[in-house]
Design a protein around this ligand. Structure first.
Ligand code: HEC
Ligand code: HEC
Ligand code: HEC
Ligand code: HEC
Length: 471
């Protein structure tokens, strides 16, 4: 009785917004079981195992990711975990000998993570495949039961153009190739109401373009450039566009119920439905953001700590083997001499700088046991542009020193009164944003931040007057 009343009430609301059809008016099943299928989509980890702590994007951490996926799984309910995009390597990291061990251990860690998350299907990104297909191949082979799907180059890692899975009563088809006849779903799959076709793409296309490319897909998972923020929206053709988010900052989980009497279009609901519409599928979307409050998996946390400690110790031993250069040329002739050398003549500026976050930047890493981590040091020390100097320089050039901003100072220190300036006074925004980029640090407003650096003795008059430079 109650259910009928509710159905009528629902229909009145629906009719009021003009969405009511004859089908909807028919009595609906009174009780709806658990979703036919739960789909968990995670993308573009890019070897970011935890947030760096630099402030702007504090969410993430694979320990939180593991806890979230564990929480979403419901015993006895069919669940598919889909991983897409670049997982094993950071596309922005240099591919050099210095980083080899660090990057390789992180890639191994990601392989184990895929197993721990219970990933069923991986659609690897072009950067991972381009960087080390043979390495990725051996890594994916360690993941039990993993299906790998992708365009031509994914075949190099044992992938295929399309992967099928049967979960409960649902037949899933996962592809990443638009318009590929081999992966186009058959008419049977199209008609079968429990069929679900998922297309994964790295194409930087807008929704209209995606709908045109993947005409038969029910869900289009777009990773790469347009995948900054997790979310789900409807495409012009009625299918759903899924942005799973990246760097382990979040994920998208979908619960799906088939239409009571067949039908491809989706109705998005916010809580589990009590009735199923006749001709629409029902989907409930969970966009999970793994912020600082999200619980962590303790075992994964301790594995992470072990990994970072191992990387730090290994790189420290690399650094001790490198002859620390007496100076690193960042431009012809001038070498880095260190902030203490500047202090001799710019004493007030030096003490003003000592009180800033820049001077403490190395302690920030030290406190986390990451002072030799090549994901971190470049911006928290004064390295110049030479990667080898990053490690060798760690102990000598702690913190963001004078020369990070004003340039290498050996020529100037030797000849402070040279007629042609050999050191830069003004520090343009371009110099700051090498470090204050969009992945690291809070949003950067140059005028405000630059003003914060002008302190008495450094860009502002000394209290009580007097010269800030020892002549
Ligand atoms: C031997 C003393 C001495 C040392 C060492 C020294 N400076 Fe200077 N610096 C000066 C003097 C003197 C001036 C002022 C020159 C002038 O106005 O003709 C100056 C000027 C500057 C200026 C302003 C330049 C301009 O065009 O207005 C900057 C910036 C600067 N120094 C940075 C540094 C940095 C960074 C270091 C360390 C790498 C350093 N100095 C080391 C003596 C020194
Ligand atoms: C070599 C990398 C690097 C460069 C270049 C750099 N910064 Fe920074 N900056 C940092 C780091 C790292 C921190 C945070 C240090 C910490 O707390 O560990 C920071 C912190 C700051 C802070 C303090 C933020 C706060 O609220 O505590 C300001 C202000 C700032 N930077 C302004 C600038 C400006 C302006 C420039 C360019 C003129 C610049 N920075 C250039 C790396 C850099
Ligand atoms: C591309 C440059 C860059 C890299 C690489 C980088 N950082 Fe930072 N970090 C910054 C900047 C810039 C800030 C200052 C943020 C601000 O004030 O907006 C910062 C701030 C921080 C802070 C906050 C300090 C405080 O006391 O508020 C922590 C913690 C930190 N970084 C840790 C790390 C760790 C750990 C890594 C390596 C995983 C790392 N950073 C890699 C640029 C970088
Ligand atoms: C994060 C970037 C940054 C760091 C680190 C930094 N400075 Fe500066 N410095 C600036 C900016 C910005 C100005 C203002 C430029 C202007 O006046 O156009 C400035 C101005 C100066 C000037 C000229 C103005 C004056 O008051 O004489 C000197 C000299 C100077 N800095 C020396 C130093 C020394 C020495 C250190 C290290 C102890 C240092 N700076 C560290 C960014 C930096």
């Amino acid at each position: 009785m109650r259910a009928v009343a509710r159905a009528v009430a629902l229909c009145l609301v629906a009719c009021a917004v003009g969405a009511c059809s004859r089908d909807d008016a028919k009595p609906l099943p009174a009780r709806v079981d658990a979703p036919a299928l739960r789909l968990i989509v995670v993308a573009d980890l890019e070897a970011v195992l935890e947030p760096c702590g630099c402030g702007v994007r504090p969410a993430g951490g694979v320990d939180r990711l593991v806890a979230a996926v564990d929480r979403l799984r419901q015993p006895g309910q069919p669940t598919l975990v889909l991983a897409a995009g670049n997982w094993f390597f950071d596309p922005s990291a240099r591919d050099d000998a210095l980083r080899a061990a660090q990057d390789s251990w992180k890639a191994d860690f990601v392989g184990n993570l895929l197993s721990r998350l219970g990933v069923d299907v991986l659609a690897p990104g072009a950067r991972d495949l381009g960087r080390a297909a043979s390495r990725v191949r051996s890594l994916v082979q360690t993941v039990h039961g993993l299906g790998v799907v992708g365009a031509a180059d994914a075949r190099a890692v044992g992938g295929s153009a399309g992967v099928q899975r049967t979960l409960g009563a649902t037949q899933l088809q996962i592809t990443s190739t638009p318009g590929d006849a081999a992966t186009e779903p058959t008419a049977q799959q199209l008609a079968g109401r429990a069929g679900l076709r998922i297309a994964v793409t790295e194409a930087d296309a807008d929704p209209v373009g995606l709908a045109a490319d993947f005409t038969n897909a029910d869900l289009v998972v777009q990773v790469g450039a347009r995948n900054d923020v997790a979310g789900v929206s409807a495409l012009p053709n009625g299918s759903l566009l899924v942005h799973p988010g990246r760097h382990g900052e979040g994920l998208v989980a979908l619960e799906l119920w088939p239409a009571a009497r067949g039908g491809r279009r989706f109705r998005i609901v916010h809580s589990p439905p009590t009735e199923l519409p006749a001709a629409e599928r029902v989907v409930r979307i969970d966009t999970v953001r793994l912020d600082a409050k999200a619980p962590r998996d303790p075992a994964m946390r301790s594995l992470l700590d072990q990994l970072f400690a191992r990387i730090n110790a290994h790189n420290a031993s690399l650094a001790s083997g490198v002859e620390a250069p007496s100076g690193v040329a960042t431009k012809p002739h001038a070498l880095l001499v260190g902030s203490e050398t500047c202090a001799a003549c710019h004493t007030p500026a030096y003490f003003a700088w000592r009180a800033t976050a820049h001077a403490r930047a190395f302690e920030t890493l030290l406190a986390r046991g990451r002072q030799y981590d090549l994901d971190c040091v470049s911006c928290h020390i004064t390295s110049g542009d030479d990667p080898a100097a990053e490690l060798a320089g760690v102990m000598q050039r702690k913190g963001v020193g004078c020369e990070s901003c004003h340039g290498a100072g050996s020529l100037h220190a030797d000849q402070p009164h040279a007629r042609t300036p050999t050191i830069a006074r003004a520090v343009p925004e371009a110099r700051c944003v090498v470090c204050h980029d969009r992945e690291h640090g809070r949003p950067f407003v140059y005028a405000e931040r630059e003003a914060a650096l002008r302190m008495p003795g450094h860009g502002a008059p000394l209290h009580g007057g007097g010269s800030s430079v020892v002549p």
